[in-house]
Design a protein around this ligand. Structure first.
Ligand code: GLN
Length: 280
């Protein structure tokens, strides 16, 4: 039986409610990607009939969501800093929390033509957000996963952002000797036995982008240690971390002789990013 947009959303919301705490939004985003329309269409044309094909596609998409797949994987996109980014299971889905890091980085006092590095760039989210806002910055994004580098390059091309470049590198391993005014990273920082890893969307994301040794601190420590060789005088390092890790991250920055160590909170009020300047 053919359905209209409104009926389809109501039915899908009911279907998804037991398994998702954002059932209505999920249903809307899934349907919009199938009818290929902007969000406003849902409210302007609620009585519009779906074609049989659209209805079948929508049912299939809802079934995938019911099986736990993240909406971003089903539609293949996620918006970050107002940029529509292609996403896939090879890397982390960009999170709103990470926009905190972007916002703070954009407010720093930096040279007009700042040289910027994003470590573990994944989809390219942070690098592309910074590059899009600051056309005079030169932003390099690196990742040790080749598929992620390809994805970031594709996002750069689709968005026509020319001042960002992406390369394969395990943290700094393939970054040529140079100085950066700003280094940013959203590294893996979750503990191996964190119960959240078996819940919700993260089950479909690569563990390599989520989990780190040493209670989630191993990669953060490595970055803080090595970044000292790559930071310009008074350059900044900004690292995203878990909401309980700020003290440990601050202590390690201090131990490695950084100055102006500061933690900032995300929109949910949790400690989320710690930054510092090099050297003391
Ligand atoms: N903040 C993410 C989460 O809680 C983790 C991101 C990361 O490990 N870099 O799922």
């Amino acid at each position: 039986m053919p359905q209209c947009i409104e009926q389809a959303i109501v039915a899908a919301t009911a279907l998804l409610t037991p398994s998702s705490d954002s059932a209505k939004l999920d249903a809307q985003v899934l349907l919009l990607s199938i009818i290929d329309k902007p969000r406003s269409y849902l409210f302007t044309w609620p009585e519009k009939q779906l074609t049989e094909q659209q209805q079948r596609d929508f049912e299939q998409a809802c079934q995938r969501r019911l099986n736990g797949e993240p909406v971003a994987h089903i539609v293949g996109f996620r918006e970050f800093w107002s940029l529509p980014l292609k996403v896939n299971p090879t890397t982390l889905i960009p999170r709103p929390d990470t926009e905190t890091l972007v916002e703070y980085a954009l407010g720093l006092e930096l040279p007009t033509a700042a040289n910027v590095l994003d470590l573990g760039t994944g989809t390219g989210a942070i690098a592309l957000a910074l590059a899009s806002e600051m056309p005079n910055w030169q932003v390099t994004g690196v990742d040790r996963v080749a598929d992620a580098v390809e994805l970031a390059k594709e996002n750069k091309q689709r968005l026509a952002i020319n001042n960002a470049n992406f390369a394969l590198s395990n943290w700094f391993s393939a970054v040529s000797t140079q100085k950066f005014d700003l280094i940013v990273s959203n590294p893996p920082y979750i503990e191996h036995d964190d119960e959240h890893l078996s819940q919700g969307d993260v089950r479909f994301e690569p563990l390599s982008a989520l989990v780190a040794d040493d209670d989630g601190m191993a990669d953060i420590k490595q970055i803080i240690t090595i970044a000292r060789d790559y930071l310009a005088t008074n350059g900044y390092l900004l690292i995203e971390h878990g909401y309980k890790q700020s003290v440990k991250v601050q202590e390690f920055f201090a131990q490695m002789s950084y100055s102006h160590i500061l933690t900032i909170k995300d929109l949910g009020g949790n400690d989320r990013v710690t930054l510092a300047q090099w050297p003391k």
